[in-house]
Design a protein around this ligand. Sequence first.
Ligand SMILES: Nc1nc2c(ncn2[C@@H]2O[C@H](COP(=O)(O)OP(=O)(O)OP(=O)(O)O)[C@@H](O)[C@H]2O)c(=O)[nH]1
Ligand SMILES: [Mg+2]
Length: 209
Amino acid sequence: MAQTSKKILLLGDGAVGKTSLVRRFVEQRFKDEYIATIGVNVKKKSLPDLDVKLMLWDMYGQKMNKDLHSSHYSGADGAIIVYDLTRYDTFLSLASWINEVFSVTGKIPFVILGNKLDLIEKYENSGYDDFESFIQKEQEDVIEFYEEVYDEVPDFSRVSLEDQCKWAEDKKYEIDSDFSYYFTSAKTGENVEKAFRKIGELSSERDIE
Ligand SMILES: Nc1nc2c(ncn2[C@@H]2O[C@H](COP(=O)(O)OP(=O)(O)OP(=O)(O)O)[C@@H](O)[C@H]2O)c(=O)[nH]1
Ligand SMILES: [Mg+2]
């Protein structure tokens, strides 16, 4: 049987790890250096057992030209919406990413990824008691970008895991849409394959309904 192509959008604020997650999933590697995506990069990966070929639309997350985003949404079969577990503002943006994509595509399947799990684990094993100063050393590339482009420092602070899960439960109810929620690391690969396979499954199930 011929594989069906599925258009999957990668969405979320700048520097949350969209490009790194795609790189991990498609090429099984990771880079520490941060190069902001300009425009959109499309990468392909087949999941033969699901008879699906994912077309992963890795979009830029930075605030400039945000209007341009939605011009790429039409025809999407699913979305992977990413935030950074070390930057609270990127968690707060989730709702607007969901609204923005649904306003163009209608309800489509999506998964939410809280990324950079390795940094949370590293902090917890570090003996530090000040999260912000710990994380500033770990995210130097991101700080450098923010200072250069926006003349500001990102908002480094954690969201408690309970609050995140509570938020997700409320959101499912509010938008009447079920979605899966994963904590991932593009650096170690934790849960990455699982999350991308999930969106593959959800977007193919849609054909059957
Ligand atoms: N420690 C750690 N760093 C990560 C992880 N994922 C991404 N990074 C780093 O975070 C920075 C931003 O990653 P990108 O993948 O470029 O982020 P993006 O969401 O594609 O950013 P834009 O293209 O600007 O929207 C890079 O320095 C990555 O190395 C992760 O899981 N763990
Ligand atoms: Mg990118």
